[in-house]
Write a protein that binds this ligand. Sequence first.
Ligand code: PMP
Ligand code: GLN
Length: 413
Amino acid sequence: MSNRLAGTEKNVWVEFGKLSADYKALNLGQGFPDYHPPRHVLDIFAKLVVGDNPLIHQYTRSYGNPHLVTTLAKLYGPIMGREIDPMTEVMVSCGAFGILFSTIQGLINPGDEVIIIEPFFDCYEPMVRVAGGKPVFVPLRPTQKEGPLTSNDWTLDREEIAKAFNSNTKAIMVNNPNNPIGKLYRREELDLIADLCKQHDVLCIADEVYEWMIYRGHKHIKIATLPGMWDRTITVGSAGKTFSATGWKLGWAVGPQPLIKTLMVLHQNSIYTCPTPIQEAVAAGLDYEISVFEDEEKCYLKSLALKELAPKRDALAQVLTEVGLTPTVPEAGYFMMADISKINVDIPDDGTDDPFDFKFIRWMTKNKKLSAIPPTAFYSQEHKHLGEKFVRFCFIKKDETLEAAAKVLRDWK
Ligand code: PMP
Ligand code: GLN
């Protein structure tokens, strides 16, 4: 193994995915639905795959199928408030993962510092380290109060974030909405980050894969739309998240030509191109979404959170509150943090020096047949103590799965 990979061997998805399957547990762990993606998207896909165009099964343009990048430019143009050039300001890769990898490898030099807000999607840290960069961590901290929190109760300390910036800082990673908290950054918070980026000439990697899953009364603001931010921001999206088809593994970046060019150089020499049928299906699916964008009933990008996920979120929050696992109710996304500090359980020593949440979830998966994800996987070594009294549940699951999980929690004692 190359020296670059040292320290990146462990992976939370590999361990907890396998554990859940091995113990046939109710899987509220990794973020994917246990039911079908929307019917109209499946129909589009099926028709394309067996349709008349043989080229649908062959290589397509390296940086993104022309139909898909054109549609993405059309979708994001009005949201970003600018005309987007599909050929030079958009790139497609294998999942948001592929985009994050191209972005970080393409832009970070050895010794560059990259600010990562905690808790963060776990791959950010190894990706930065493998590129030779130095991650600098700044945690969101929950307000100390009794009873359920909302994701907006997790906030950045202004001084802490300002102190993280210096002349070696190359980029900041802003995951909005945040996984695992579901935090939707407020305009003032984004202004603060944007001002620091401009002051210190820093790039922004805006991971917005949960951009559509916004609950009623809230609004997602793209940091790329703030004054002076377009030129320094790569915005990341995911078809797997957009259409609840995580196995489709297609992601995209939207940003200024000089930054996107860098991603293209890395991509053409690594992945080269992504599956054509999936790109065509996502393009056609998004064409439909654009045509019904103002219709909350018909537009899946809107109805997913407002109609489908909101009752699931509320039901899970209610059960967690009832059994004393205080939830952080998310304003966006499909994850919920639960505070396990009051839970009545004596975890046997499992022979590791892993944080409490890892041990707790291993035990819960084996003994209660319920799995979740340990949030300390989303923290740096120095800040793991901030996450170890929580677990992350995923609630984009069938009602019957959520009801079975609720029963496990209610029957706990
Ligand atoms: N970023 C975040 C915040 C995520 O939660 C995920 C997981 N879907 C990804 C990136 C990767 O997305 P994809 O499945 O499209 O690779
Ligand atoms: N984003 C998903 C989650 O947080 C899936 C993670 C992954 O595929 N590695 O659960």
